[in-house]
Design a protein around this ligand. Structure first.
Ligand code: COD
Ligand code: ATP
Length: 202
């Protein structure tokens, strides 16, 4: 089974995907990790970003300055779309290759952690979806703390995505991560049990 894990910014996807990898021994393909790989120095996408956003967007060592680019694209939706048009095709291609590689290796269950699964109509890549949801005030607080953002900056990032309540409607299953990690683990366990997957087994 190919499980699509999604949810809004700072909802707890990485926290849940870590549990899926560690407790359930499942392979996870993480779109955020892949989106970093495709902009490493030497990659075509990085050269394209420098062309569109200027070489100021690079650090002295040639790496992408993610903090700087984040400030640009989360305050300007046209610029965000320009970035998406460069990065998303490369991410999609690499994720599909990785999925095929894991399937060929014999993994019957694979998790694809894709923040923009619904926004980018990528549900054809997966068979079941789990949405990680966190109540708005908690999501905002966790995002401000994790990324060291002001409330305005954090809200701009949250507004760049489909509203969480809409994602919940589109989900096969929802993990409400507004409480403790232990409470989320229990919800996840019930979902996986329903799907016939047990902790510690593939
Ligand atoms: C703007 C960038 C440089 C900021 O980097 P940074 O290290 O601060 O954030 P990171 O990549 O870890 O993303 C954190 C979260 O932001 C949200 N997010 C990122 N990009 C986008 C986007 N284009 N639209 C909406 N939300 C986004 C996602 O929830 C993601 O999980 C980076 O997010 C990026 O290159 N984004 C474009 C690629 C993309 O869409 N990535 C997300 C899934 S493929
Ligand atoms: N149940 C929880 N209780 C307290 N803190 C939590 C909980 N779940 C996640 N966090 C914290 O909230 C922040 C966001 O969680 P996480 O990084 O897992 O979200 P994410 O959805 O992967 O974010 P993004 O997509 O933006 O990268 C992190 O700092 C994490 O440690």
């Amino acid at each position: 089974m190919i499980i699509g894990l999604t949810g809004n910014i700072a909802s707890g996807k990485s926290t849940i995907s870590r549990i899926l990898a560690e407790d359930y021994d499942l392979p996870v393909i993480d779109a955020d990790v892949v989106s970093r790989q495709v902009v490493e120095p030497g990659e075509t996408a990085l050269a394209q970003i420098a062309e569109v956003f200027g070489t100021d967007i690079l650090q002295e060592d040639g790496q992408l300055d993610r903090t700087k680019l984040g400030k640009v694209v989360f305050t300007d939706s046209a610029k965000r779309e320009q970035l998406n048009a460069i990065v998303h095709p490369a991410v999609r291609e690499r994720m599909m290759l990785e999925k095929e590689r894991l399937k060929a290796e014999g993994f019957p269950t694979i998790v694809m952690d894709i923040p923009l699964l619904f926004e980018n109509n990528l549900t054809y890549l997966v068979e079941k979806t789990i949405v990680v949801y966190t109540e708005e005030a908690t999501q905002l607080r966790r995002l401000m703390e994790r990324n060291n953002l002001s409330e305005t900056e954090a809200r701009q990032r949250m507004n760049a995505q489909m509203p969480p309540c809409k994602k919940k409607e589109l989900a096969d299953e929802v993990v409400d991560n507004s409480g403790t990690i232990e409470a989320s683990k229990q919800q996840l366990d019930a979902i996986l049990h329903k799907w016939g997957l047990k902790s510690g087994t593939r």
